[in-house]
Ligand binder design. Sequence first.
Ligand code: ZN
Length: 186
Amino acid sequence: MVKYTITSRFQATEAFRDHPHTGVDLAMPEGTALKAIVEGVIRTADYGSSSTGKTVFIDAADGRTYIYGHLKDFSVSDGQSAHVGDILGHSGNTGHSTGPHLHFGIKEHGEFIDPTPYTSLIQRMDQLKGAAHATVNSGLDALEMLNQALSQFTQTLSEMTLNCISLLLENRTVSLISDIVLSWLC
Ligand SMILES: [Zn+2]
């Protein structure tokens, strides 16, 4: 589902920039509630009419910083913990911006990395609440972890069943006690 059109991609070079784009721009109406896609600790900055204007940073447990720029207002304050789905503020057109949009970026080890894989979470930010809670770092991780856990569980279960069946079949000739021990073990 693509709700917000990407108007500028990561590392795009455009006439109005003096450096390659450090994030992804998503066009959206001013006042759109921006939700956290990861858990972490909040920092805010207001760069006035330059850079990303009113900006929210989420310092996440994965060591990355998730950046939301050009906000109209903040709904969070410095040092606060944010959970997935929490409203961080509302989108706007502050800073160096040519129209209402969200600038979304990710910084890792001091470098901007390509946030494109995470823009699907921005597209779905309204549905994220409750999907990823407590122990996971991000909605993406939560979905991956859930899928992995489910497939591992199914695989283990079928392997266990097969092993037990073959063990029980191989040991048909041994005593009743072994059979009982095997069925208890399996
Ligand atoms: Zn941008």
